[in-house]
Unconditional design. Structure first.
Length: 150
């Protein structure tokens, strides 16, 4: 019974992830500088290179490799967990290091196709804190442009 319940939860999370990714793909087709009629808001999220140099470099490298700059906020805990698992399962853990993902799991564009690399735990937590403070109170669906600043 416990295995059946776990399988049902995994299937539900997979469906939710697929729906979130489909929505993200639809929103991403709009150019970054165009207005999105269905988006509740648009914001910039600034990550400080001086506070989080490794995470900032990962953002720049991932964007240069084709990952999107404009992301769609989706803070649903089940969706975030599914995307984080899909992204980080490809990279083993290392002592003292975090697995940094871009796009982050908090965004619909994150997940299996995200760029993932090891960064120091303190660097990753600093970048996460910067994100959390800037995203506080914003609704799901908000379009966020991720930028690295000095």
């Amino acid at each position: 019974a416990a295995r059946a319940a776990q399988a049902a939860r995994a299937a539900a999370a997979a469906r939710a992830l697929a729906q979130a990714q489909a929505r993200a793909e639809a929103l991403s087709r709009a150019k970054a500088d165009e207005e999105c009629e269905t988006c509740p808001c648009r914001r910039n999220m600034l990550i400080s290179r001086s506070a989080s140099p490794q995470a900032a470099q990962h953002i720049l490298d991932a964007q240069a490799a084709g990952q999107p700059r404009v992301l769609t906020l989706d803070k649903n805990p089940a969706n975030v967990a599914a995307r984080r698992s899909a992204a980080t399962s490809r990279l083993p853990t290392m002592p003292g290091m975090d697995r940094d993902e871009y796009p982050p799991a908090t965004f619909a564009e994150g997940g299996a196709t995200a760029s993932v690399r090891h960064v120091s735990r303190s660097d990753n937590r600093s970048a996460g804190g910067q994100m959390t403070s800037q995203l506080a109170g914003l609704p799901d669906g908000c379009r966020i442009t991720v930028m690295v600043v000095p």
